[in-house]
Design a protein around this ligand. Structure first.
Ligand code: A2P
Length: 336
């Protein structure tokens, strides 16, 4: 019999955690036993997985269960406290929060880009920010060919990136119920329906947001190239299906646009949707529920020597979170 693994999902009742459980099942990950973990509030709830029922447990009970792999998506504080405990108990932790991403001893991994740095001996592995992941999957093969000098990116991020409370706020606004308060906690500072909010995560000292800094720092760490200039503006939009990004890139070397199309078409995890004559381009409506990153509106930026514009869309709960984490786990078990 081939090996099966005990897999904990910490944050199993949340938006990303439940997607992780869905993706584990869809990818036929060899789960022998699922250990769904959430807060005390949810302990005892039942989660269905592959036709079987599993009881939600607290983090302490999750550690005591000694899972082989623990996928975390329960917020930064839970990861800070509990990821090391799970790792100490022998689990390989794949953490979706931003807590461990910039720790020099923790690998930050997008399998298509730098999956080769994994050796199977890791304690905690960090899953990058959703917006960073979908930007880097198509940029990596282009960086290898033409070397990126500078990236200017603006994001259009789905409310699903804020967890259940983001969806709840928009749903309530659309139903005409009080606009910003959900259980007394606002997801956003302003109404999100019929609005666009240029503010994700908190502001840093330099008036960029932490979300914008994640795109800068994580790009450097994942590409292992600290010379790339990255300027990001991250924006929340009233959309549920996925994140979209306008990505402007300047390369050091000249490129051939036909070659860019050919390279992207061959890149694992990328689907090119680009046919202006037929109004074909990526949109969250079509990316929703898919594991791939969709790229279109591919065109030369004539305002600089070697510039390129791309429109990049992905389901942020999948490739931006759950799918990337499960793909890391798939790579880990190959190394075990
Ligand atoms: P719970 O449902 O018990 O609150 P989302 O981001 O979609 O709101 O989901 C957050 C996830 O993180 C939920 O599964 C939530 O569990 C879980 N969570 C929140 N706080 C803790 C905690 N202190 N310990 C364990 N899980 C937590």
């Amino acid at each position: 019999m081939s090996k099966v693994y005990k897999v904990a999902v910490v944050g199993a009742t949340g938006l990303v955690g439940s997607k992780m459980i869905e993706v584990l099942s869809e990818h036929k990950f060899p789960v022998g036993e699922l250990v769904p973990v959430a807060s005390e509030r949810s302990a005892g709830k039942i989660i269905n997985f592959n036709g079987k029922e599993f009881k939600v447990v607290t983090p302490a009970e999750g550690v005591a269960a000694k899972p082989d792999i623990a996928l975390f998506s329960a917020g930064g504080e839970t990861s800070r406290v509990w990821a090391p405990e799970f790792a100490k108990a022998g689990a390989v932790v794949i953490d979706n929060s931003s807590c461990w991403r910039m720790d020099p001893s923790v690998k930050l991994v997008v399998p298509e880009v730098n999956g080769d740095i994994l050796d199977g001996k890791e304690g905690i592995i960090a899953n990058p920010n959703c917006s960073t992941i979908q930007m880097l999957v198509p940029l990596w093969p282009l960086h290898k060919l033409y070397k990126i000098k500078r990236i200017v990116v603006s994001t259009y991020q789905s409310v699903t990136g804020s967890g259940m409370k983001g969806i709840n706020q928009m749903t309530r606004e659309r139903a005409g119920v009080d606009s910003t308060l959900v259980n007394g906690v606002p997801a956003y500072h302003y109404p999100i329906d019929k609005n666009i909010i240029p503010h994700i995560d908190s502001f840093a000292d330099d008036d960029y947001t932490k979300e914008e800094w994640k795109m800068v720092n994580e790009t450097h760490k994942i590409f292992n190239d600290y010379s790339i200039g990255v300027s990001a503006t991250t924006v929340r939009v009233p959309v549920t299906g996925g994140h979209s990004e306008s990505v402007n890139v300047e390369f050091e070397k000249e490129y051939d646009l036909k070659e860019v199309f050919e390279v992207l078409k061959k890149t694992p995890g990328v689907i090119v949707q680009d046919n202006p004559a037929e109004n074909v381009y990526p949109m969250p409506l079509f990316a929703f529920g898919k594991d791939e990153v969709f790229v279109g509106r591919i065109r030369r930026d004539r305002s600089v020597k070697s510039g390129l514009n791309l429109w990049v869309v992905a389901d942020n709960l999948r490739k931006g979170a759950a799918t990337n984490a499960v793909q890391i786990a798939e790579q880990i078990i190959k190394l075990k």
